[in-house]
Design a protein around this ligand. Structure first.
Ligand code: AMP
Length: 193
């Protein structure tokens, strides 16, 4: 089955190089070109705002999910197709998870790391089998691969964890991979999260 709804995890900052923002806008446009909608954290700032802009400028559908206490800090995006306001960070992550068939990770900071590891570890627990694609823009995520290799080499993770995610070089590669991967059925109910 085709992937219809993709969740993008990324920074609330733009990063120190314009290559990050360019990739986020491009990913947004490609999501629309490939008939998918965007689910994301609902903010207007940083790469989050850039990917939403890419989708909206191409005439696509955007669902933002933001906790009430962050609406001011992350500038809740009034232009999205739908803005869902949650009571907590946990509700935000749960709603984003429930609405998405796949997860794509762009560069980001600690919040992005938290969300990315949560979605990876939920897959390790087989709570879902959805694709997780990390876009290694300008080598940003190389240390993540090193860290994951290290967990396996030191005996803290099974080698199969390396198959929980796929690392690609560009938004184009991410979208091509989504096209061939397809959608998997959810394996858990939300209250197991
Ligand atoms: P950052 O990568 O730190 O710029 O954050 C990216 C997104 O992750 C922002 O929307 C943050 O609100 C969100 N975030 C930050 N901390 C957490 C957390 N502990 N759990 C879930 N999301 C978070």
């Amino acid at each position: 089955m085709q992937i219809r709804s993709v969740c993008v995890l990324c920074g609330s900052n733009e990063g120190a190089d314009t290559v990050y923002r360019d990739s986020a806008v491009r990913l947004g446009r490609l999501i629309v070109d490939n008939g998918m909608r965007l689910v994301y954290g609902g903010g207007s700032v940083g790469l989050m705002g850039a990917v939403a802009t890419g989708v909206m400028d191409a005439g696509g559908e955007v669902v933002g999910v933001i906790p009430e206490f962050l609406i001011r800090a992350e500038v809740g995006n009034p232009n999205v197709s739908e803005l869902i306001v949650t009571e907590s960070m946990h509700d935000r992550k749960r709603r984003m998870f429930e609405m998405s068939d796949a997860f794509v990770v762009l560069p980001g900071g600690l919040g992005t790391l938290d969300e990315t590891f949560e979605i990876i570890t939920w897959k390790q627990l087989r709570l879902h089998l959805s694709p997780i694609i990390v876009i290694d823009v300008a080598g940003y995520w190389a240390p993540l691969s090193v860290l994951l290799d290290s967990t396996v080499r030191a005996g803290f993770a099974d080698p199969s964890v390396l198959d929980l995610l796929q690392v690609v070089a560009s938004p184009e590669d991410a979208v091509s991979l989504l096209a061939v991967t397809g959608r998997t059925e959810r394996t858990c109910v939300s209250d197991q999260l």
